[in-house]
Design a protein around this ligand. Sequence first.
Ligand SMILES: [Zn+2]
Ligand SMILES: [Zn+2]
Length: 173
Amino acid sequence: MMSTSTGLRVLVADLVKRQGSSRSIVLEAPIGALEVVGSHLTEPGMVRLDLHLERILEGLVVRGTIGAAWSGSCARCLQPVSGDIAVGVDELFEPEPIEGDTYQLDHDSIDLEAMTRDCLGLELPLAPVCRDDCAGLCPTCGIDRNVETCDCASDSSDERWAGLAGLRFDEST
Ligand SMILES: [Zn+2]
Ligand SMILES: [Zn+2]
């Protein structure tokens, strides 16, 4: 029989009843928006959970992997970048969870969404690059140095600006 669930809530009455029992599940569901500074889950935030649930004395151990696709922009050249995350999980669900450490085991079900969001939030890249040797944008004229070259020589332009700044000071006094 297929395990029934809505989104990331999984019925576990069968496991709760029997110490030492275990079961594998595969779930795919969208968890919506999740983002960090440099990237976010690709819409609509589809995640895939490949998990093994095991009933122990304290509650339910959830082990396996969580996979998702992310999108963002290159931290150097601002072009779109994307990739996949696969993060390992090993968490305890118990009737009286410890904030920030374990998750809630309800009477006959567990909701995997909080665990999923926590794990993926830590795994999303903060400063993704389109490729390791991305040359980035010219800080002076802003062209993409992966596709164009420019004549900006930072030393000479710095001197020019320094001269202008000095001139303005003279005029205002
Ligand atoms: Zn780039
Ligand atoms: Zn330039």
